[in-house]
Write a protein that binds this ligand. Sequence first.
Ligand code: NDP
Ligand code: 2IT
Length: 449
Amino acid sequence: MSALEPKLQSIYELVLQRNPGETEFHQAVREVLDSLGPVMAKHAAYTDARVIERICEPERQIIFRVPWVDDNGRIEIHRGFRVEFNSALGPYKGGLRFHPSVYLGIVKFLGFEQIFKNALTGLPIGGGKGGSDFDPKGRSDGEVMRFCQSFMTELYRHIGEYTDVPAGDVGVGGREIGYLFGQYKRITNRYESGVLTGKGVGWGGSLVRTEATGYGTVYFVDEMLRTRGGSLDGKRVLVSGSGNVAIYAIEKVHELGGTVVACSDSGGYVVEEKGIDVELLKEVKEVRRGRMTDYADARGSGANHVAGGRIWEVPCDVALPSATQNEIEEADARRLVDHGCVAVAEGANMPTTPAATQIFAEAGVLFGPGKAANAGGVATSALEMQQNASRDSWTFDYTQDRLAEIMKGIHERCAATADEYDVPGNYVVGANAAAFVQVADAMLALGVV
Ligand code: NDP
Ligand code: 2IT
């Protein structure tokens, strides 16, 4: 990463000073500021209106106690968060993450990214994020339900279909959204479908929402490959993670003719030259809530589980990091480049460190940043909100076509903006500049609020 211009550097220093210890948030802000020099030069009004300083300060941050009782009668205490970052374009929108690593700095990095991602979808949604340091792994359904009910007993007063609309993220899927929605409905005595997305399709959810993030990431990488006359057909692909995003990325890669030869969880990765069996993976992960070791056991000799290894050591043409932040480090990026990887698209939020991103740029690897490449999930959440508002439900094919169109539009917008700023093919600058200008213009129009 190059040095920032003096004005941007002083804004960054203020962010460091005002948000001590929140390293992931610092990283996310720094990455956006790095793209904004030419944008600020072109739009003097943004400087006078102190738009960047305002965008870096969340509109509202909520931190609360989440007490609950486990199956042994022991009282557990967790911390809940909701950061309502920016509502210039619409109600705050973004997921909830339940993972032991969650603290304010992670929620703020995710909320900050969400502002720009949501702008890129072209749909009327602002940015927010929340979660808890609760770990659903190994907990019974009853424990997860009681946790979710306690979490919502505080959160309900801050959210609403016109205010703030949470959804899933790491550790929060259909089961958790169900318990959260049930408690919201009970407390408020309102069947307010549009207050949460990622609901079950039988009770207000949208078809394709489950698949949307993974499918969207694959549509995006396919679009990138097409700019160089290629496609996913025949490509060897790595997908890290084995959760919601990873599973449906694998499914779509296979549909488009590629082969996903490895996927992972925090315990290690599985390599399978013939391609990961996605139906078995769904059964192991979504139904049994098992591990990649269980998948490998069920597959037998064709699948090799490497405990504790780094998936990026497996040779590939395309890499789709879809697990967590900073999972591709500098040495991983070098290895991917040495093995001939031509494209990387981020299914996860900020999975590539700044040093690794730099290596991909220098090597001419196509690189789709998360705020563009994984926007299909939140975009389909906005489609769920549309269906809820009109008390309608759309078919799978219609919704999938809308998603594909949205991803194509995001790709075009990022590519065109990169051209506008004389950095053709730089999707990082394209995404940051296009999204920033849209949010900044709305903030100027709405006055100092
Ligand atoms: P899930 O909880 O369904 O799956 C997460 C997967 O990533 C699991 O395989 C998990 O392994 C692995 N993982 C998570 N945290 C870590 C960690 N700290 N270290 C190593 N492995 C980890 O989450 P999602 O698939 O929904 O989310 C994955 C990524 O995609 C996240 O970055 C999320 O923010 C992002 N994202 C999600 C969207 C969505 O709609 N769900 C939308 C856009 C982005 P293990 O089980 O061992 O923990
Ligand atoms: O990071 C993300 O975009 C999500 N977890 C999805 C958010 C949403 O509101 O669907």
